[in-house]
Ligand binder design. Structure first.
Ligand SMILES: Cc1cc2nc3c(=O)[nH]c(=O)nc-3n(C[C@H](O)[C@H](O)[C@H](O)COP(=O)(O)OP(=O)(O)OC[C@H]3O[C@@H](n4cnc5c(N)ncnc54)[C@H](O)[C@@H]3O)c2cc1C
Length: 458
């Protein structure tokens, strides 16, 4: 146990007894995120109520060498929130308030524990929304810490593109404000973006000012099926080059669509694209949908289902969102590794081809789906035994190397966490040394989320 009773008493003194727990159910609830990575229980779960309490917790932990792992909502897919070294699980869940809505500026300032779907529910009355959507109801802090992206990134950008300012608590307890509410900022080093994607290893985000967008007046959604994967992927390139302002462009391979069709979902068991357009005028969206149809048909689409009314659109999206559940049901009792790589869009066909070849060579079943419009692919790989897991680990390495070789990255949006640490040197070369130096500068004792992002140095 890294934490003594005296430590627990001191921490409880900062946040209050009701916000500090060493009870087994609380510790177990914070031992594992949504990834396949092994659980590790913290010694203590602490729920601060404000930034000052976060700063005092960190100052105490720093002075006593206690590991601190920030926790958002635990939906991460690379083990980022698992307290690998025990110590404190620092849950931001009780810091979930909207602090200010600047509707005229299309901005909101919120605490980090607020889940983004809850944020959007509260913003609906202003006709505004925060566009990044990782699918799960992730917290604002977790999304910033992983630079989450998702389905709408193709139009609105990733989380990094939608943040203007943050407040962050450093390991030694200093509280800093980084960025400003101005859309244009060229004042000094861009420290704000250093913390975005740093997965709780450099500081704890305690507040964020985010960019908002008007809720689209009109939306069109379509699903297109293709006889062959090559045709679907070639269509992705043309759709991106078309100049149409796509709000989503998603790919599901036939491994996914087959199990969905088998489960009774109305979908052809073929490579499939899901597309969405947002617009201010119904005619513009209708015209855009016709243009999308023409591009898909030019690539031999065997079916094109378009919908503009909400019920039908929701049904089309349900297909995409139920794909993961269908995999879980099809592989009862198995764990699932979710691989995540991204490349420049022109290399997408090559990535899909080489990734499939790799899976075939290693005799693995993989379900490919991805945010195709961003050149991002996820491969879901179920396993029930150690030998399959070893082959999955080999595929993970090889496919990440392929993506990096194509000018891309080993992780487009899920982050490094535990699972991609050993790929950091391959991707970043000597720049990794600078990352390590920054970690030492900001967290010299190494209390912040130890065991994550950077590879072990010994
Ligand atoms: C079904 C499903 C679908 C998903 N789809 C996508 C997708 O399409 N795109 C995508 O990007 N992700 C996706 N994810 C992954 C996940 O939702 C994101 O990684 C999300 O950003 C994690 O947020 P969280 O609040 O759950 O963070 P957690 O899992 O709790 O933590 C993630 C990391 O952030 C750190 N952290 C949390 N809060 C803070 C803070 N305030 N300050 C500093 N560090 C902090 C943690 O220490 C950890 O390293 C999906 C997950 C699931 C389960």
């Amino acid at each position: 146990m890294a934490i003594s009773e005296a430590d627990a008493r001191a921490l409880s003194g900062i946040v209050g007894a009701a916000n500090c727990s060493a009870r087994a159910p609380d510790r177990e609830q914070h031992a594992r995120d949504a990834s396949h990575h092994a659980a590790h229980t913290p010694d203590l779960v602490v729920w601060p109520n404000n930034a000052e309490e976060v700063a005092r917790i960190l100052a105490y932990a720093n002075a006593h060498g206690l590991p601190v792992t920030p926790w958002g909502t635990g939906t991460g897919l690379e083990g980022g929130a698992i307290p690998q070294h025990g110590g404190i699980s620092l849950s931001l869940a009780r810091m979930d308030a909207i602090l200010a809505v600047h509707a005229d500026d299309l901005q909101v300032t919120a605490q980090p524990g607020l889940p983004h779907q809850d944020l959007n529910r509260q913003l609906a009355r202003y006709g505004l929304f925060f566009p990044p959507d990782p699918g799960a109801n992730a917290s604002i802090g977790g999304m910033l810490a992983t630079n989450a992206a998702g389905i709408r990134t193709v139009r609105y950008g990733a989380t990094k593109d939608n943040v203007l300012a943050i407040q962050v608590a450093l390991a030694d307890g200093r509280l800093l404000r980084l960025g400003s509410r101005s859309l244009k900022q060229s004042s000094g080093y861009n420290l704000l973006q250093l913390f975005v994607g740093s997965e709780g290893t450099l500081g704890v985000i305690t507040e964020a000012t985010l960019k908002l967008a008007p809720i689209p007046q009109h939306t069109g959604t379509a699903m297109a099926s293709f006889a062959a994967v090559e045709a679907a992927v070639a269509a992705v390139l043309d759709l991106r080059l078309s100049g149409l302002d796509l709000a989503a462009l998603e790919y599901l391979d036939s491994t996914n669509t087959r199990i969905l069709a088998d489960a009774g979902v109305h979908i052809a068991p073929l490579p499939t694209l899901l597309l969405e357009l947002h617009g201010g005028a119904a005619e513009a969206v209708a015209g855009g949908m016709n243009a999308l149809r023409a591009i898909c048909e030019a690539h031999g689409a065997t079916a094109f289902r378009a919908a503009t009314d909400n019920m039908e659109r929701t049904l089309l999206w349900k297909t995409r969102h139920s794909a993961y559940e269908a995999i879980v049901r099809n592989h009862p009792g198995q764990e699932i590794v979710i691989m995540d790589v991204a490349v420049p869009i022109s290399a997408y066909p090559e990535l899909i081809r080489s990734a499939q070849d790799t899976l075939d060579e290693l005799n693995l079943v993989g379900y490919m789906k991805g945010h195709a419009g961003d050149g991002n692919i996820h491969i879901e790989l179920p396993y029930g035994d150690e030998t399959t897991f070893v082959r999955i680990a080999m595929a993970n390495q090889r496919i990440a190397a392929i993506a990096v070789g194509l000018g891309g990255t080993a992780t487009g949006e899920h982050g490094v966490g535990i699972g991609k640490r050993d790929l950091m040197r391959m991707e970043h070369g000597p720049a990794l040394d600078l990352m390590q130096a920054m970690k030492t500068l900001l967290d010299p004792i190494g209390i912040l989320n130890p065991g994550k992002v950077l590879p072990a140095t010994h």
